[in-house]
Design a protein around this ligand. Sequence first.
Ligand code: G3P
Ligand code: CA
Length: 239
Amino acid sequence: MTLIFAHRGYSGAYPENTMLAFMQAEKFCADGIELDVQLTKDGEVVVIHDETIDRTTNGKGFVKDYTLAELQKFDASYTYKKFGKRNPIPTLEEVLQWLQSNHLYCNIELKSGTSYEELVEKVIYLVRSYRMSERIIVSSFNHYSIVHSYRLAPEVEIAPLYREGLYMPWIYAGAIHAKAIHPNFKVAPDFIIKSSLKHGIKVRPYTVNNEKEMKRLFSLGCSAIITDELKKAVQYRKQ
Ligand code: G3P
Ligand code: CA
């Protein structure tokens, strides 16, 4: 069965990369969540997509220029007035703590900052501290990051993210010890998915939000899809 990963949590209906979006993903029957991580000025691993906080919070500036305490004063749900409550930027540690209460998979996307090695090392330290290696997939567009992750922690699955058409991506995946690939769905035609699966490489395309694409991937028996539209995906998979 194709698994459904909630992209930045259930971001189609809740503020992305917040504890609220992750908890709603569990409630709406996701098999896993996807989230993005970066380092703060004081070296903490926080969950946020953009390099700046401008789009998703009521603050301004670069994540790397704020300490964790400063960052957590901002509201990562300020455009979602209907939820009333303030939702701060979570730390990866908070998410790992919460994951102890369920069985969700968690795809941690390492964002590409200058100190990518430090980010990898901190993420692996946390994953191991919470004994989460079996439910974590570490992905990145920066393939040096995931290779570094594999060298530090071969027990944690890695997956390259990519958005250009790769020739025989299952060969590339094997060469870097990745057990999965995370292509943009636009560069994941049927034959690439079928061949990858045949060669033992899982395929989890992102960000799959339309009905036709979801149905194509479900009928191919794709390993997972990464989607903002969790409720729809669960409904189409049932059909
Ligand atoms: O991990 C899949 C997807 O999240 C990659 O793109 O920009 O949404 O982080 P982006
Ligand atoms: Ca992401």
